[in-house]
Ligand binder design. Structure first.
Ligand code: PEP
Ligand code: MN
Length: 337
């Protein structure tokens, strides 16, 4: 259920709506839009009577939300959600670029790639310190030492950090450094992790699971938002299909579908989506063309030496060329970069 009130409704009117919801074992979520203040309601809303709320002071409208995902849905909030991360506004008209190596490997690597990013005006650096790998024998990341390198890049170079959390044990440590906490595809349905992240008040990049449906992705976002963390960015990173030539199948269909179902920003990851470096720029452009709010791409100073995902990592030169093309495309699809 959604209770709509004027943006300038007196605080006591807002509070009495919220208390009435709490008395009925429901949870109110204040979601300010451009023209109205929405109070999203989760919990046993079937027990609530619309009429009881419609007559309350400053209540304009009470709407039943029909979708299984509530706070995530466009029914709950018509306007696009935007999320400020450092100097970058994510969502709305803005196109966001997040880039960096798959894993943090050394301070030199992070310094080098950060200067590449800065040359093209990209402030969001991605790199994993705790890596979920398919093989226990593969490089698992530099862990805490890797986080320290990211903290240095943040302090010394002003980069905003996007880094993955693998489990609840390391969440606090990661949250202290990350400007955006990345939840990897393999953890999209780690519900205890989602709930813990929901208790934080910092932006989250939620990647679509390997074989997750659009609805499952949105329900996972709902887990985070239901705990009060509304700063969720969705990420399409490719799904498993019968095709083996490419690493995954980047599901571009999902972008316009999710944009209609949800107000949350959607970022496209063509690196994991196709898994072949020389084809990443084409899919990045396609992701922007079909309405993505930006891209997250892997770039490495020396992809042939990368400890993870080198085959899908762009060289700095190819990365800069791709950014040039994205800049040309952005205004055609009504985006600013
Ligand atoms: C990554 O971003 O390096 C990564 C592990 O991605 P995913 O969770 O989408 O596989
Ligand atoms: Mn990777």
């Amino acid at each position: 259920m959604l209770v709509l009130m004027p943006l300038n409704a007196p605080r006591e009117h807002i509070e009495s709506v919220k208390s009435k919801l709490l008395e009925n074992d429901c949870k109110p979520h204040e979601i300010p839009g451009l023209v109205k203040l929405g109070i999203g309601v989760t919990g046993p809303t079937n027990k609530l009577r619309v009429e009881d709320f419609q007559t309350m002071d400053s209540v304009d409208e009470v709407v039943r939300v029909t979708k299984p995902f509530k706070l995530v849905s466009r029914e709950m909030k018509k306007e696009d959600t935007t999320i400020q991360v450092g100097s970058q506004l994510i969502g709305g008209k803005k196109l966001t670029i997040i880039a960096g190596p798959c894993s943090v490997e050394s301070k030199d690597q992070i310094l080098e790639i950060s200067s590449t990013l800065k040359e093209v005006g990209v402030s969001l650096l991605r790199a994993g310190a705790f890596k979920p790998r398919s093989s226990p024998y593969a490089f698992q990341g530099l862990k805490s030492a890797g986080l320290q390198i990211l903290a240095d890049a943040k302090k010394e170079l002003g980069m905003s950090i996007v880094t993955e959390v693998k489990d609840t044990d390391t969440l606090d440590e990661i949250a202290a450094v990350a400007d955006i906490i990345q939840i990897g595809a393999r953890n999209m349905q780690n519900f205890s992790l989602l709930e813990r992240i929901g208790e934080l008040r910092q932006p989250v990049l939620l990647k679509r699971g390997l074989s997750a449906t659009i609805e499952e992705l949105l329900m996972s976002a709902e887990y985070i938002m239901s705990q009060g963390n509304y700063q969720v960015i969705l990420c399409e990173r490719g799904i498993r299909t019968f095709e083996t030539y490419t690493r995954n199948t980047l599901d571009l269909n999902a972008i316009p579908v999710i944009k209609q179902l949800s107000h949350l920003p959607v970022i496209v990851d063509p690196s994991h989506g196709i898994g072949i470096a020389d084809k990443v720029p084409a899919m990045a452009l396609a992701g922007v063309a079909c309405g993505g709010d930006g891209v997250i791409v892997e770039v490495h100073p020396h992809p042939e030496l990368a400890l993870s995902d080198g085959f899908q990592s762009l060289t700095p030169k190819n990365f800069k060329e791709m950014i040039g093309k994205i800049r040309q495309l952005a205004p055609i699809v009504g985006k600013e970069i």
